[in-house]
Design a protein around this ligand. Structure first.
Ligand SMILES: C[S@@+](CC[C@H](N)C(=O)[O-])C[C@H]1O[C@@H](n2cnc3c(N)ncnc32)[C@H](O)[C@@H]1O
Length: 217
């Protein structure tokens, strides 16, 4: 269990940071080929009208927009009201809620897929395994989980993200794979992408995309 005060501090730090970042986020990360490729892969596997939860949906571009325009029922959750406002404009057919991902529960219903692109990394390594198990329980049998993280070895490390203080966690790919598998997922594919964000001074990162299915064996 994470003490409530620690959690409240994290929530407020990240909400303030992303409220200030707003649409500068899409300017700094204009190329989201990794998310786009994973989303197209998902579209080929979803049932017509399938339900998708987009965790830490950000501006809704490109993921919630693409999925909702393709006819899927998308719920996006985020902690930042400014990001949610942008998402409502970018993906008007989707539903957006202000919700901390650690509070997702069965009141949202079940999902054919859950996507978490560069959002789960904003929790501590203590919280991530519990959250992954919660995601597994919210998926229908055989449901799909797409996760992207940056490859590093960090636990709640303080970093300045586009000039704003946040804390991030990350794993080397082998540890990430075993953490996800232990939470009850079969890993169908792991794709590593080298990426350099646009702002001057940003260093290249390795992005990991895990394509997973709920393991029902
Ligand atoms: C790095 S951005 C990624 C946005 C989007 N998924 C993408 O791939 O472009 C991380 C997002 O997660 C949101 N976020 C951070 N902590 C969160 C939390 N505890 N619960 C829900 N959303 C959170 C931030 O507000 C931000 O919009």
């Amino acid at each position: 269990m994470i003490p409530n005060a620690t959690r409240a501090m994290r929530q407020s730090m990240h909400a303030v940071a992303f409220d200030k970042i707003g649409d500068r986020y899409d300017e700094a990360f204009p190329n989201k080929e990794g998310q786009e490729a994973a989303t197209e892969w998902l579209i080929d596997r979803l049932p017509p009208g399938g339900r998708v939860l987009d965790v830490g949906c950000g501006t809704g571009a490109p993921t919630a927009r693409r999925l909702s325009e393709a006819g899927f029922e998308v719920t996006g959750i985020d902690i930042s009201e400014v990001m949610l406002e942008l998402a409502r404009r970018n993906a008007p057919r989707a539903t957006f809620l202000r919700l901390d991902m650690v509070d997702v529960d069965e009141s949202l219903g079940t999902f054919d897929a859950i996507v978490g692109f560069f959002s789960v990394l904003m929790l501590s390594r203590m919280e991530i395994p519990m959250l992954l198990r919660r995601f597994r329980d919210l998926l229908v049998p055989g449901g799909i989980f797409l996760l992207s993280m940056v490859e590093e070895d960090l636990d709640e490390a303080p970093v300045a993200f586009l000039g704003h203080p946040v804390r991030v966690s990350a794993y080397p790919r082998g540890v990430l794979g075993s953490t996800v598998a232990r939470a009850g997922f079969e890993i169908l594919d792991l794709r590593a992408v080298a990426y350099t964000p646009v702002p001057l001074g940003a260093w290249p990162e390795i992005q990991l995309f895990l394509y997973c299915r709920r393991d029902d064996h």
